[in-house]
Design a binder for this molecule. Structure first.
Ligand SMILES: [Zn+2]
Length: 423
């Protein structure tokens, strides 16, 4: 399947019959084969392809209140064929392939992460809407206009992933943590922690699991670090064969939660490390590990998928902006990694991460009070349901630690209750 066919099929929720009725061509000899003809805007053939000058200027044109990156809003019907000049194929490709992250070099933070607040979807005002899923609505409408029977997808989440990155297993039960606690005078917390892992203030996994279990059909995923050394941003490392981690692993297994790899910060610069980490975690858990999330959401650029495709990773959950909640891939639905340099459809499924605890609360990110964060979360859930998308949440055990304020504890339980009542 080529990339054009893949995108049309994606917009039509995998329906081949409908996808075959849509052409992407400006060749009149081919028009009679299709019920909807999308006339290409020239984006793919342009000399500026791959250059910053190909990023569309603001304001974007709109069709039915949906912004399009390429083409214009002209729609005309001739007989039973509908011709459109809104290039929703190139517009979808732009977001699904993270094209902007491929061509721009001026939007990355100190951790090499593309900043959400510099993205087109933020600047154009639709970071909180899955724009590609709206292109699907447009395409289905045009097919209906051409006389085809087309159903809308269910308005419920197709899948919910409740995920937790285990950056820190405990606070005071390792050497540096212990002395740090003593020096800061946190004697009670240190003594509690030493008496039992369950009394360590970072060990809030049982609380998280109890919340997660309220959403019966959700998949619960814990991303585990497995790098050899834990320097700087990967510190502290925990011993995958030590009794504290085994205790957590038992808790995870007992509650039918799954484990994925939390690839280290430094694997970004030395991608061969990913396979070592995958082996280490697979050996320690005695499980085949195929899900991944990068530490700090430090996903490699879209033209460098090899690190993940050459390892056994089949599913990645890293593609969300750290600094803002919303739809980095322009969709709420799982999509293959698309390489904007080669146009290859890579064998890694990207599950869009749309809601992360610290994006909402951190001062240098969204800095929202709890009630406003809940409003943002409700909108993401609403948008995801509307398009039959996947909801991927990330809450850290440390965000709800006993010594932090109750912001994330309240927020997470509110979101879980909202989902339980409304899914
Ligand atoms: Zn992490």
């Amino acid at each position: 399947m080529n990339i054009i066919q893949y995108i049309i099929r994606f917009l039509l929720q995998g329906n081949d019959e409908l996808a075959n009725a849509v052409g992407y061509t400006s060749n009149p000899d081919q028009y009679s084969r299709y019920r909807v003809v999308i006339r290409p805007s020239g984006f793919f053939e342009s000399e500026s392809y791959g250059k910053k000058s190909s990023i569309p200027a603001l304001p974007l044109k709109k069709i039915d209140n949906t912004e399009i990156s390429f083409g214009n809003d002209r729609v005309e019907q001739k007989g039973s064929t509908v011709f459109v000049e809104a290039d929703i194929v190139a517009s979808s490709f732009f977001f699904l392939s993270r094209y902007e992250e491929f061509v721009r070099d001026d939007c990355f933070d100190q951790h090499n992460r593309f900043e959400g607040k510099k993205s087109l979807q933020f600047k154009a005002g639709f970071i909180n809407r899955p724009i590609v899923d709206e292109y699907g609505i447009l395409l289905r409408k045009w097919l209906r206009k051409a006389g085809m029977e087309v159903k809308e997808p269910n308005t419920e989440c197709s899948k919910v992933y409740l995920t937790h990155d285990v950056d820190v297993l405990e606070t005071y039960r390792h050497f540096r943590g212990f002395w740090g606690g003593v020096c800061r005078g946190n004697f009670r917390n240190v003594i509690n922690s030493l008496s039992s892992i369950t009394k360590d203030c970072a060990f809030t996994f049982d609380w998280l699991i109890n919340q997660d279990l309220k959403i019966k059909d959700a998949e619960k995923l814990f991303f585990i670090k497995a790098s050899k050394g834990g320097r700087e941003f990967d510190y502290p490392q925990y011993n995958l064969f030590g009794k504290d981690f085994r205790f957590l692993l038992n808790l995870i297994k007992k509650n039918n939660c799954k484990t994925g790899l939390h690839t280290s910060y430094y694997s970004y610069d030395a991608p061969y490390i990913v396979e070592d980490e995958l082996d280490r975690l697979s050996n320690a858990t005695n499980q085949k590990i195929s899900c991944n999330r990068t530490h700090f959401l430090r996903i490699l650029p879209p033209n460098l998928p090899q690190t993940y495709t050459k390892s056994r990773i089949t599913d990645d959950f890293s593609v969300g902006f750290a600094d803002i909640a919303g739809f980095r891939l322009g969709t709420s639905r799982a999509v293959n990694w698309i390489n904007p340099q080669t146009f290859e459809i890579e064998p890694v499924i990207l599950h869009p991460l749309t809601l992360m605890d610290v994006s909402l609360s951190n001062k240098n990110y969204m800095n929202l009070p709890c009630n406003e964060a809940f409003t943002v979360a409700k909108n993401i859930i609403h948008q995801t349901k509307k398009h039959n998308g996947e909801l991927v949440l990330l809450w850290h055990n440390t965000s709800i630690a006993a010594n932090s304020n109750s912001y994330h504890q309240n927020l997470y339980s509110q979101i879980i209750d909202f989902m339980r009542d409304g899914l």
